[in-house]
Write a protein that binds this ligand. Sequence first.
Ligand SMILES: Cc1cc2nc3c(=O)[nH]c(=O)nc-3n(C[C@H](O)[C@H](O)[C@H](O)COP(=O)(O)OP(=O)(O)OC[C@H]3O[C@@H](n4cnc5c(N)ncnc54)[C@H](O)[C@@H]3O)c2cc1C
Length: 323
Amino acid sequence: MDHAIALSKAGEIAERVLAPAARQNDRDGSFSTEAVGALGQAGFFGLTLPTEFGGLGLGPRTFAAVTATLAEADASVAMVYLMHICAAATIAAARPGAAVAPMLSQIATGGHLSTLAFSESGSRSHFWAPVSRARRDRAGVRITAKKPWVTSAGYAQSYVVSSLAPEGAGPTDSTLYLVPADVRGLSIEGSWDGLGLRANASAPMMLDDCEIPYGLQLTDDGAGFQAMLKVVLPQFNLGAAAVALGLCRAAVAATAAHLKSARFEHLGQSLGESLPTLGAQLAMMQIDTDGLSARVDDLVSHLERPRETTLLRVLETKAAAGD
Ligand SMILES: Cc1cc2nc3c(=O)[nH]c(=O)nc-3n(C[C@H](O)[C@H](O)[C@H](O)COP(=O)(O)OP(=O)(O)OC[C@H]3O[C@@H](n4cnc5c(N)ncnc54)[C@H](O)[C@@H]3O)c2cc1C
């Protein structure tokens, strides 16, 4: 699969599977196992995984374009996908000797959805500073942690979990672990009832003395923060900006359709025909959306050819996209 084929397949899945169910899933807060199944089957779980792990080896340009296309139809599914791609990249970047080959091959063949479980109740938006601390055990570590927002909670096959290293001295001396969904002590504590993006199961998760074998430690002790900055942050910010871009495109299209179809019957005119001010506002929406698209392209080019300004672009693009 190359960039063009990936984009055309993503568009087909978005139209056939995501769009028809998006409104109802959002209303009900229902996680779309159909969408996830279709994306996995079509090879999208391994989109950015290196080919040596069975992935498609495609880069940030394709990831951003695919994610925006999915978000245009259903932003919840796009969030699920973005968190999976971030987790898959972290697993693929595991330290030598980590026993992650089976998971990578399941990801590449579409049978394994993963996600990130970084944020903790104790440190809230400071996701880089977990307050839980792994405890050394004979076979690896034991983790007790409260993760209040985990996208795809209860639906993923694994979670990339952060916790302070057993002997870590500072608040960012964390380690990342790959936690299988069926590990003893892991539970989903309730459901996700958000104002928007309601269909991505971003529910609270509890790890209660979960035993994680040495082979599932993804980073060296205390090296979790570096992995968050180098592996996760660029992909997360790019993906989050792409989700925002898809949402903006959908909002522009829906607004244009409304201005054309809603009518002042007594004037025989549509809203758009009758009120030029609305047309001007729609134009501003289009201009802002195209501006965001240019920012996303610029970030992609920075990630393809990293340079001095790359980290700044990683941060700026997500901030601008959020607005
Ligand atoms: C739908 C959804 C899905 C999520 N999925 C995941 C996931 O899969 N994995 C995961 O690990 N996390 C996930 N998160 C958690 C997310 O990354 C944040 O940690 C979380 O939203 C923080 O929210 P809070 O209300 O605790 O923020 P708080 O920390 O209470 O912050 C409240 C506000 O203050 C601002 N603020 C905080 N500190 C400062 C400061 N120093 N200066 C200025 N402003 C500041 C924040 O930006 C925010 O606007 C998800 C969150 C949501 C909403």
